[in-house]
Design a protein around this ligand. Structure first.
Ligand SMILES: NC(=O)c1ccc[n+]([C@@H]2O[C@H](COP(=O)([O-])OP(=O)(O)OC[C@H]3O[C@@H](n4cnc5c(N)ncnc54)[C@H](OP(=O)(O)O)[C@@H]3O)[C@@H](O)[C@H]2O)c1
Length: 209
């Protein structure tokens, strides 16, 4: 499959791209800054310039699958949370439907909840509303909800659960392996699950969702 990775320059997405390079799938890195292109050129990965705050049809056309790993981050205002994590995400889903990219993997978050009263409720609400939109589309969706992200080396051992109101951490390594692993596992279609560090090998964990 040709897989567009949205937010490709991000910390998790960069790992996703590297895994896709060693998979049967062909990655396309969606970036929003031309200066980020050299990093992907060096890897031999195609890039496309696009921004979730604007139409992205030109980026998604010809793709079979979307991995959404973008996010406004903690250093922008609440307006960007709405524009990127909520509305930008929905834009990517509508575009995927329009362009015939049927498979859609969403990097969400534990505790995403439209009624959240957490310290980052604006973020948890935005992620929940995007997830809800996705679940009502006819896309072949999977929603992965990690805990606090860490850059430690992933050991390939995780805990997955339908319960997403949890506390815990997730390495970006393991998260990237799960996102790419889901592409080839039809049983993950139509599933939304939490992903924390745990004791189950990733492949077994994904086959159990
Ligand atoms: N941090 C946590 O503990 C945590 C926990 C649970 C879930 N999550 C979720 O995991 C996601 C990925 O985390 P991460 O640390 O890997 O992300 P990251 O390194 O912050 O990367 C996010 C990427 O999104 C891109 N982006 C931002 N606005 C965009 C826009 N308008 N259009 C296109 N791309 C845009 C950024 O582009 P630039 O490179 O151009 O800035 C960046 O490359 C987060 O966004 C969050 O939703 C995070």
């Amino acid at each position: 499959m040709k897989v567009i990775v949205i937010g490709a320059n991000g910390n998790t997405a960069t790992r996703v791209i590297q895994l896709l390079l060693h998979s049967p799938h062909e990655p396309l890195a969606m970036i929003r800054n031309v200066e980020q292109r050299a990093k992907f050129d060096a890897l031999g990965v195609s890039t496309v310039l696009a921004d979730l705050e604007y139409p992205i049809d030109h980026a998604v056309t010809g793709c079979d699958a979307v991995i959404f790993a973008a996010g406004s981050g903690g250093h922008t205002g609440k307006d960007k949370t709405v524009l990127v994590d909520h509305i930008g995400a929905i834009r990517s889903m509508v575009t995927a439907q329009r362009q015939g990219a049927k498979r859609y993997l969403m990097l969400s978050s534990i505790n995403a909840d439209e009624h959240s009263n957490s310290q980052i409720a604006h973020y948890h609400k935005a992620k929940a509303l995007a997830d809800q939109f996705l679940m009502q589309t006819d896309l072949e969706w999977t929603i992965v909800c990690p805990g606090g992200l860490r850059d430690d080396l992933g050991n390939g051992l995780v805990a997955v659960s339908e319960e997403t109101h949890l506390e815990g951490i997730t390495t970006r390594d393991n998260l990237a392996r799960v996102l790419v692993g889901c592409l080839d596992l039809a049983n993950t279609i139509g599933k939304r699950f939490s992903l924390l560090e745990g004791e189950t090998p990733i492949d077994s964990a994904l086959r159990s969702v």
